[in-house]
Design a protein around this ligand. Structure first.
Ligand code: ADP
Ligand code: ZN
Ligand code: ZN
Length: 831
């Protein structure tokens, strides 16, 4: 008998129990009994199907036990059997089991949910509703003579078919009708419903291929070949090795049956071949230019290389201005790690994984690179992930969740644009990709490099107190000057041009001049849509989303009002819904309107818009960016998607329509974010040999974030911002947790928030924490839910964790419904 798990010595007894992390918002693991057949095959990290209440769930094996430890207060008889072992060879490596455990612990999240988030979508189990007829339903069926209502029809259908999925029923009877009928049937106890787990949606893509066999496997039968058969063999001889079945039919002009006959005669064999769904298939790769590093670059690279050589954990903050050549350093460091037989990971912000960048990496590293981001199809992501899991690819490039990529023997972790907000997952399980990356490197004894032109305040702070080694690239490649940003005071524009002026004369002029020089420009505005909201001039009410405490945005092209939070859409009314007045007023501009104004004013310019509305299709986004980089478009208008990462050499003008809304957000990070955004935007200008110009329109040019952004002086900004954080007790001087309690029923949310708050006060005996709330969250209602917020500030993480852990278990005992409680540690977005 073979013993499967590493952690068991040869003749130790087999594990009889498995501890499972389940993808539920619960902060505990569950124990199941392993039926005999599973005991020898199970490994840590494997997925199993287990019963949970009335449901069946796919969970992850996180520990194996030969007996129940006495600490677990559980009656052995009550332990249920695991139903099915899904993976013989676990998808989740032991390293990731450990890393997710840390993340769940640190972020007060569910281990199972973190594990689920660590796997590519589609691999994770989904559930479907299964309906059956009840005895009561059957009895009634006998009584009805003919089924003429929809309910009766469905009941008949269930009676005939047994267990039927909701999907099948809605397909047969139509969504709108059957949903309601099913609900009623269940309520009347004529049908019952349960959930069944479907293990995977995504599968490897396979196709048939044909290959010639050596003469010794040919059958005795020496009949001469037909013409078609001869053509098949000829075609096969001309290819080296294998050819796709359908290609062979086409090339040899033969039929499938002739190929099959040859297979029977042992001349060739038909094999099933797995196909790699390559996200960069058929894409032309750029040429690799062999650059000589500048002295500054070499100095930085040397430090990183020394650390890689030592093969021990070390963290660097690489603070390099935009265009200082950080990417080149990343590439060389990754090459070094590969040469040592190890693997490397590079995280990039959501939007920075531009087609330009991934192509460049593919050009350098070939198939060793796997790309993981949310714009891939499920199949592509699955295949890329498996190439990493099997070790075929040893470099993972990806966005946030790629931090859990199944790389083995990792030597280097890079987090580019480490300050970027998209590293934080904004829904449960909350985690910060950058911070998990640091811990992953630490566990693996790897080197981690955090790169940015505008480091997060926390990261810079850590480099000052010695947690990270500080590396800097203070100059742009070729000593190109950094574009100085000019602040355009819109108060003056308002006085001379009137209140409707969106563009200052300065910006219009600059656009004109840029175009005259045949150079390109980028115009940025952080608001999608046409108008930011619709206001009634008679009663003063604005039109709000039914589900959210937020005004709807007018989108002209589709003539709809859209909620930017829940995506609710409605027709634009002709009358005020509150007072029926016809005087509706569209206020504020969005990207759509800016684009309109620019098109009217500069009819000779080719203008394209990039924001979430135009880029929902990946291809169109990529095409626009590629066309812009080829110079086929003169101007890009868009949201902050445009601010980051791109390297367009002919862009010499960047205009920012307004930054004031961002500065005014009720969030202690709003100044930092505005500073970062503007510095990044300014970094898009003048990256080639041409000097760049940046114009920022604002009603508040005195603000320190704008002042320091205009001179691109990080150190001065840091000095001022860190003082503010210290004085007002904000991170990095305190450890912060934000607790959000969400429910459609306000009273229910409030009562639970109240219980939790009392438990927090009670557990805060040493008075280490400041507890604020419960108060309405800045977005008091969202997607139909009321939201209350509690903030906990502590002197250090330990105090924070202790207080939280104690309070949460106390609250659970007091029947606080923890399912509606979202704890966010180190929150990034306070809205
Ligand atoms: P960053 O990531 O720091 O903003 P990039 O890595 O995009 O900067 O580099 C900016 C530009 O400089 C790119 O076009 C890059 O190809 C070029 N570059 C980088 N290193 C060198 C070098 N040593 N010599 C010449 N050009 C370089
Ligand atoms: Zn009105
Ligand atoms: Zn909404």
């Amino acid at each position: 008998m073979s013993v499967a798990t590493k952690s068991f010595i040869k003749d130790s007894p087999l594990p009889e129990f498995v501890e499972m992390a389940l993808p539920l918002p619960l902060r505990q693991t569950f124990t199941y009994r392993l039926p005999v057949g599973m005991q020898e095959n199970i490994k840590i990290g494997a997925r199993l199907l287990v019963p949970f209440g009335k449901r069946q769930l796919t969970g992850y094996a996180v520990a194996l036990h030969t007996k129940i430890s006495p600490e677990i207060e559980i009656e052995e008889e009550t332990i249920k059997d695991a139903l099915e072992l899904i993976d013989g060879e676990p998808l989740v490596t032991e390293e990731i089991v450990r890393l997710t455990q840390w993340a769940a612990d640190y972020y007060s999240a569910s281990w199972g949910e973190v594990l689920k988030a660590s796997l590519p979508a589609g691999i994770n189990a989904t559930t479907e509703q299964i309906y059956t007829i009840t005895t009561k339903g059957r009895d009634e069926l006998l009584k009805i003579s003919s089924a003429n209502t929809i309910k009766a029809k469905i009941l008949y259908f269930l009676g005939e078919n047994g267990e039927t999925s909701g999907r099948e029923i809605t397909k047969k009877f139509g969504v709108s009708q059957s949903q309601r009928a099913l609900r009623e049937l269940v309520k009347e106890n004529r049908a019952s419903v349960f959930q069944r787990t479907l293990t995977t949606k995504v599968k490897p893509k396979r196709r048939k291929a044909v290959r010639l066999l050596p003469p010794e496997s040919h059958n005795e039968n020496q009949k001469p070949f037909t013409e078609a058969q001869a053509r098949i063999i000829e075609t096969l001889l001309a290819t080296d090795g294998e050819i796709i079945f359908t290609d062979l039919i086409e090339k040899a002009d033969a039929s499938a049956s002739s190929i099959q006959t040859l297979a029977k005669r042992g001349i060739l064999e038909i094999v099933v071949q797995e196909v790699w769904r390559d996200p960069l298939l058929d894409i032309k790769l750029p040429e690799i230019t062999d650059l000589t590093l500048t002295e500054e670059q070499s100095g930085v690279l040397l430090e990183i290389e020394k650390a890689i050589e030592k093969a021990k954990y070390k963290a660097f903050l690489l603070h390099g201005v935009t265009g200082s050549g950080k990417t080149e350093i990343y590439i060389r460091a990754m090459q070094m790690v590969l040469d040592k037989g190890k693997s490397a990971m590079m995280l990039v912000p959501e939007i920075a994984l531009t087609p330009v960048f991934s192509r460049r990496l593919r050009a350098v590293f070939g198939d060793e690179v796997a790309i993981l981001h949310s714009n891939l199809s499920t199949g592509e992501r699955f295949d890329e992930w498996r190439r990493l899991r099997s070790g075929t690819a040893r470099i993972a490039i990806g966005t946030r969740s790629a931090v859990f990529a199944p790389l083995q023997n990792i030597g280097l972790v890079i987090v580019d644009e480490e300050h970027d907000g998209s590293y934080r997952q904004n829904e449960s399980p909350f985690y910060h990709g950058r911070d998990v990356a640091i811990v992953r490197a630490n566990f693996a004894g790897a080197v981690v490099v955090l790169g940015s032109a505008t480091p997060a305040l926390e990261s810079f702070h850590n480099s000052q107190n010695g947690k990270y080694d500080y590396l800097t690239l203070p100059n742009r490649i070729g000593n190109r000057p950094l574009a100085q940003a000019e602040l355009v005071d819109m108060r003056l524009v308002f006085r001379s041009e009137g209140k409707d002026a969106v563009f200052s004369p300065q910006l219009f002029e600059a656009i004109e001049e840029t175009h005259a020089r045949k150079e390109q420009s980028i115009i940025l505005l952080n608001r999608r849509g046409y108008s930011s909201f619709v206001l009634c001039r008679t009663c003063g009410e604005s039109i709000r989303c039914n589900n959210c405490d937020i005004t709807l945005t007018f989108h002209k092209r589709e003539s709809k009002l859209v909620c930017h939070y829940c995506n609710h859409r409605e027709r634009t009314p002709h009358k005020c819904p509150h007072c029926a007045s016809r005087f509706l007023y569209f206020i504020g501009e969005g990207t759509e309107q800016i684009e309109d104004i620019l098109r009217r004013k500069f009819s000779n310019l080719k203008i394209a818009r990039i924001d979430r509305d135009t880029t929902s299709r990946r291809k169109s986004f990529e095409e626009t960016l590629m066309a812009f980089s080829r110079g086929e478009i003169d101007m890009l208008v868009g949201t902050q998607m445009l601010a980051k990462g791109h390297d367009f050499h002919n862009v010499t003008l960047v205009g920012v329509i307004s930054v004031d809304a961002g500065l005014a957000l009720p969030d202690f990070r709003s100044a930092e974010r505005t500073f970062q955004l503007l510095t990044q935007v300014a970094g898009r200008a003048g990256r080639g040999s041409l000097a760049g110009r940046v114009l920022i329109q604002t009603f508040y040019p005195e603000h320190y974030a704008l002042q320091h952004a205009s001179t691109q002086n990080y150190d001065d900004f840091y000095a001022e911002e860190i003082r503010f954080r210290k004085n007002l007790n904000y991170p990095p001087f305190v450890a912060l947790a934000s607790i959000l309690i969400k429910h459609p029923n306000y009273n229910f949310a409030f009562d639970n928030a109240q219980i939790l708050c009392e438990c927090l006060q009670k557990s805060n005996t040493k008075k280490n924490c400041i507890i604020l709330g419960p108060a309405p969250a800045p977005l008091a209602r969202l997607k139909g839910e009321h939201r209350l917020q509690i903030l906990v500030k502590a002197r250090n993480r330990r105090d924070l964790r202790e207080t939280l852990d104690f309070a949460l278990s106390e609250a659970q005992e007091k029947f606080c419904d923890l399912r509606i409680v979202n704890v966010e540690i180190d929150p990034v977005n306070m809205l």
